[in-house]
Design a protein around this ligand. Structure first.
Ligand SMILES: [Zn+2]
Ligand SMILES: [Zn+2]
Length: 297
């Protein structure tokens, strides 16, 4: 099993951090978790055919997790292979609404593309299914389990198991620190953890040379920070979750612009003895980048 962090950013657009998206290759299939802005571009940058994705799972329907949906679905269809149409899993009814809105808005566009030679299947036959707390989606080669986590809207974390090797990757989704995300990650090899709250770097870029989101070059006001704490984690909490869950490695993701990654790493390490990695777009987990080893089960 291999995970690729395609997008590791937040709702604030950045050139070097796309919106949230994680590709997991397992048992000969490709599973995509979230489809934030920039997902298709990142797939291409990583040499991955968008049409080779078999399933899409949504953690929740915030813009930084689903904004590339239309672009992705049409690219998936255009370069689809013979494994059948995309299957989509996510919170109901919004996952259905997203697909229905694509059909509503782009009906003529889709028909035009059919006329000019797009594949004869792979668009109208896309299937969706709702995710609830405890939902399991599985084949004989992999298993994905969903747990409700604690965010501002209905949100699920996912635990992906490679049935052949026993390797497990847990993905927190967006969440505050809660028991559910700890049990989601319990005993997994790698936890990819929301870490949206973190201090600003001491040396943020200057607006004189390039466009910069000024708001994010200064420390967040206490009130805003406390508000964010109701829906996201900071690095110390990420470390505490990783320690309580007993994972080998925690990857800190969902970064706001201009964060101090060294401070993030130290804060997480103060609570967790395992490996701490601050995510970057393109980071691979389950390969030599992170030593994921099978554990006794
Ligand atoms: Zn969110
Ligand atoms: Zn988010």
């Amino acid at each position: 099993m291999k995970g690729t962090l395609l997008g590791t950013g937040s709702p604030v657009p950045l050139p070097d951090r796309a919106g949230t998206s994680i590709l997991v290759s397992v048992g000969g299939e490709k599973l995509l978790f979230d489809c934030g802005p920039g997902t298709v571009t990142r797939l291409l940058e990583n040499g991955i055919n968008p049409g080779s994705i078999d399933r899409l799972f949504f953690t929740h329907h915030h813009i930084d997790h689903n904004a590339d949906f239309y672009n992705f679905v049409v690219a998936n269809w255009a370069r689809g292979d013979s494994q059948g149409a995309l299957r989509i899993h996510g919170p109901s009814p919004w996952t259905d609404s997203l697909l229905e809105s694509l059909y509503d808005i782009y009906e003529e566009d889709i028909e035009y593309r059919e006329d000019v030679g797009y594949p004869t299947s792979g668009i109208w036959d896309i299937e969706t299914s709702p995710i609830n707390h405890g939902s399991v989606v599985e084949t004989d080669r992999w298993r994905v389990e969903a747990r409700a986590v604690d965010h501002s809207i209905e949100t699920y974390g996912y635990r992906i198991t490679d049935e052949e090797t026993g390797h497990e990757i847990a993905f927190s989704g967006d969440t505050r620190k809660c028991d559910s995300v700890i049990s989601l990650a319990e005993g997994a090899d790698v936890l990819v953890q929301d870490c949206c709250i973190a201090p600003v770097t001491a040396d943020p870029p200057s607006n004189s040379e390039t466009f910069v989101w000024d708001t994010y070059t200064e420390a967040m006001p206490d009130e805003k920070r406390e508000g964010l704490h109701q829906t996201h984690c900071d690095p110390t909490e990420a470390g505490e979750i990783a320690a309580a869950a007993g994972v080998e490695t925690v990857v800190l993701t969902h970064l706001l612009p201009y964060r101090d990654e060294e401070v993030m790493q130290d804060a997480a390490s103060s609570a967790f003895d395992g490996t701490v990695i601050v995510a970057e777009d393109g980071l691979e987990i389950g390969t030599e980048t992170v030593d994921v080893t099978a554990k006794e089960r």
